[in-house]
Write a protein of this length. Structure first.
Length: 375
């Protein structure tokens, strides 16, 4: 596939109310014979390249996508996935993951699992070694340890600093918090100065980032879908979930049919962003079923996003806090990334993007289509 950039502007009202108002996109017709292809969320450039490497080495597509997302799960700088993910409100990192294997038509997932850096691997074990579809919490952790996974502290200094910053910003109506020095302390410019004392090696940029994520809890996640030249498909989604969530909260990522769905007779879809809103439309399953009934990946994804908008009575003001992105790969190799908004926030300069890698082994980023235009 070549260029997926938006070639014409659309009004927000038109985008909400009519399929005829879809952005004009140049899309290559589906190939008559599948080719090796992997797509992912934007943080999956390395994941796509790794997955293609596994596929070209005759590896299974499920092994390929799991190996790909493991890179992000083990990267402490990706604070939306795995090790170093931003924690729940108690300062504990809880992870969710799901996977689906097209050839066997099986799936597996884990929810709210603690202490395991690569939950996608545990989800794969649920798929292959049990007759269950999902394990959660302590049970998921015990299962992982039974299979030799090492329980570890997943909170890094970076994510702990962000959590402490969030705790300090939680104040009563008078502006008081117990997480800063008290009223009897010397008068100092508290916020930045006190954080500098706690984390003396942190840069000004890192402290600024901590305040940003404390004020605007990010979602994140990585989704990855693969197709090989035999027509076999697999997919996975893995995340640390919404930052500062209530302990035990599970979003869409481990919910098969919500944050991930795949039928290799049709294609696959996954998501990142606000999981609660995706669950209200069973987004991944909806997209695949749309394709089953003849929609292109672009049409299928935008239809799911229109259902999200409908749940807000098409009120853009109410939707401002919601970011949601879909990644879609059809069985013939046609693909699409789609976003609720053209930008992740009002101050963002870049629109939603996704990653792709094909036979050449070189990953690249492409623009997503979008439903709404954020000025």
């Amino acid at each position: 596939m070549t260029d997926m950039s938006i070639s014409s502007r659309i009004s927000r009202r038109a985008a909400l109310f009519g399929a005829a108002a879809f952005p004009v996109i140049r899309i290559v017709k589906g190939q008559s014979r599948p080719k090796n292809i992997v797509i992912s969320s934007a943080n999956g450039v390395r994941a796509c390249a790794k997955a293609i490497e596994v596929i070209k080495g005759a590896g299974d597509t499920l092994d390929a996508v799991i190996a790909g997302v493991n890179i992000q799960e083990l990267d402490p700088n990706d604070t939306s996935v795995g090790y170093g993910g931003l924690p729940n409100e108690d300062g504990v990192v809880e992870l969710d993951a799901s996977c689906m294997h097209g050839p066997s038509r099986r799936g597996g997932s884990v929810g709210a699992i603690r202490g395991i850096k690569t939950p996608s691997n545990v989800a794969k074990l649920v798929l292959s070694e049990t007759d269950h579809m999902m394990l959660v919490g302590d049970g998921a952790l015990r299962f992982a340890k039974d299979y030799g996974f090492k329980e570890e502290d997943l909170l890094t200094e970076r994510s702990r600093m962000a959590w402490l910053t969030w705790k300090r910003e939680m104040r009563d109506r008078s502006g008081h918090t117990n997480w800063e020095s008290g009223i009897d302390a010397p008068v100092t410019p508290k916020k930045t100065a006190e954080l500098k004392k706690l984390f003396p090696h942190a840069s000004d940029e890192l402290i600024a980032w901590a305040y940003e994520v404390a004020a605007r809890p990010p979602t994140g996640t990585i989704n990855c879908i693969a197709l090989n030249e035999k027509g076999e498909m697999s997919a996975t989604t893995t995340t640390s979930g919404l930052a500062w969530k209530i302990a035990g909260r599970v979003g869409d990522s481990p919910i098969i049919g919500g944050g991930l769905w795949l039928d290799q007779d049709v294609g696959g879809a996954g998501s990142t962003g606000r999981g609660e809103e995706n669950l209200r439309v069973a987004g991944a399953h909806t997209i695949v079923e749309n394709m089953r009934h003849g929609m292109t990946p672009k049409e299928a994804a935008l239809d799911a996003l229109k259902r999200v908008a409908r749940n807000f009575d098409n009120d853009e003001k109410r939707m401002q806090a919601v970011d949601l992105n879909f990644y879609v790969l059809r069985k013939d190799g046609e693909y699409c990334g789609a976003s609720l908004w053209n930008k992740r926030s009002a101050t963002a300069t870049a629109g939603a993007i996704f990653a792709i890698c094909q036979n050449d082994g070189r990953s690249r980023l492409e623009n997503s289509v979008y439903l709404l235009e954020r000025k």
